[in-house]
Design a protein around this ligand. Structure first.
Ligand code: USQ
Length: 399
């Protein structure tokens, strides 16, 4: 298949592009390198050394003999270039990972709020519009977030995207399936909820074949392909804006620093390993909707955990590690229960890795190996040259 990976220079996109190329697909990355520009803006960097994209692609070719092409296009702002590329290349499938993915970044300032809303939603709409404009019958796979369902305790296992809805009474009663209500608690999650409506609209009214993947927080760094050569290594973000909770805890523990639990730690989130992200996207591609099918929505998660339990797990894996309860810099429910079904992917044959299984390996292979590159100021302080609103001030700690 000819496959476009939009956002193929990012944390999920890069290993997805390599895996699909290794399987013999013709892969083209479309990416304007904005994740690298955000690192410059925030004064942050991946713990692992990330080579320029041209070099990554050359190394992949040198090692495997396979070629991945790259188009440098700003998908949110350059509709004409995107349309031209679709017209010329006519891919069979498009994987859309080209969105700003950080919750805290989306709330740093009014500017970041606007750029997340405008960039993410415009990117998704430009892709859909360009597909229709050139009558491209490709399978569009979009990476979204479990956070679209919200973080209030629901009291049931959230199904794959749709719920039954009953209205009326007596003989006039009507039951139909509708999208599970969205309840985003951050601007970033709001963009993913809006994306879902755009995708549903284009699926219903223009016949675009769509799969929307609602993914949990990703942990882990390497996949079999990124581990082939150090120059192919994947990102490991640990700063207060792009570093996700598990990365941050693991690095903090390795450095002997207290674990930074926000609030009570009663927040429950869904998790998935990066190799499972890659496998799930492969499964979604191998099982496309047929023409006229309703948009497929799949929960891309392995398990759910409370933040406080993650801290306890890491403490027990690494010996005694102090936990520091910080005032929560985020506007989110203090605690919640979250149960998510992954029945859709299970039916497709997905068996997930669970937390703990490879955590020690991750610590040894990535965290301890590259700990010397850590800039401790990135863990504990708010990013440089960014105006934060008072409620989002990241607490500064000594050390
Ligand atoms: N947290 C801490 N201490 C820290 C960092 C985070 O207690 O040092 C807490 C946060 O307050 C939050 C939880 O850990 O309650 C998760 O935060 P996170 O930064 O690990 O993940 P999140 O902001 O939810 O976003 C991440 C990805 C996003 C993806 C989402 C999936 O950045 O792209 O969509 O996970 S989900 O969580 O299912 O919405």
């Amino acid at each position: 298949m000819k496959i476009f990976v939009l956002g193929g220079d990012g944390f999920c996109g890069w290993p997805v592009a390599l895996s699909l190329s290794a399987q013999g697909h013709e892969v083209r990355i479309v990416d304007n390198q904005c994740r690298r520009m955000i690192d410059c803006e925030l004064g942050s960097d991946s713990l692992t050394p990330i080579r320029p994209l041209e070099e990554r692609l050359a190394v992949w070719h040198e090692i495997t003999g396979r070629e991945i092409r790259w188009s440098n296009i700003d998908i949110a702002r350059d509709y004409d270039a995107l349309l031209g590329l679709f017209r010329k290349e006519r891919p069979d499938a498009i994987i859309h990972l080209a969105e700003q993915r950080s919750v805290p970044y989306s709330m740093l300032s009014m500017h970041h709020r606007k750029s997340t809303i405008e960039g993410n939603i415009a990117a998704t709409h430009n892709i859909l519009a360009a597909m229709v404009a050139c009558s491209l019958d490709a399978h569009l796979v979009h990476l979204s977030s479990i956070g679209v369902y919200g973080y209030e305790t629901l009291g049931y296992r959230v199904p794959d995207g749709y719920v039954k809805f009953t209205m009326g009474s007596g003989e006039a009663v009507q039951t139909r399936e509708i999208l599970h209500p969205a309840n985003p608690v951050s601007i970033y999650h709001l963009t993913k909820a809006q994306d879902q409506l755009l995708l549903e609209f284009y699926n219903k009214h223009e016949g675009v074949r769509v799969t929307d993947l609602l993914q949990g927080t990703v942990w882990g760094t390497q996949t079999p392909e990124t581990a082939l050569d150090e120059r192919l290594i994947n990102r490991f973000d640990y700063d207060a804006v792009f570093g996700t909770v598990l990365n941050r805890f693991v690095l903090q523990a390795a450095l002997g620093h207290p674990l930074t639990v926000y609030g009570s730690g009663g927040q429950t989130r869904a998790f998935i390993h990066i190799t499972d992200t890659v496998r799930c996207i492969g499964l979604a591609l191998a099982n496309p909707p047929r023409s006229g099918d309703r948009m497929i929505v799949l929960n891309q998660v392995a398990e759910t955990q409370r933040v406080i339990d993650l801290a306890a797990m890491i403490s027990s894996l690494l010996g005694t590690t102090e936990t520091l309860f910080l005032e929560n810099p985020r506007d989110e429910p203090v605690s919640n229960d979250l149960q998510v079904s992954n029945a859709g992917f299970s039916k497709l044959g997905f068996r997930s890795k669970n937390l703990g299984e490879e955590l020690l390996q991750e610590i040894k292979d990535v965290v301890e190996r590259y700990a010397f590159r850590c800039n401790k100021a990135q863990i504990f302080t708010r990013p440089r040259s960014v105006t934060t609103s008072p409620s989002l001030e990241i607490v500064a700690l000594p050390g």
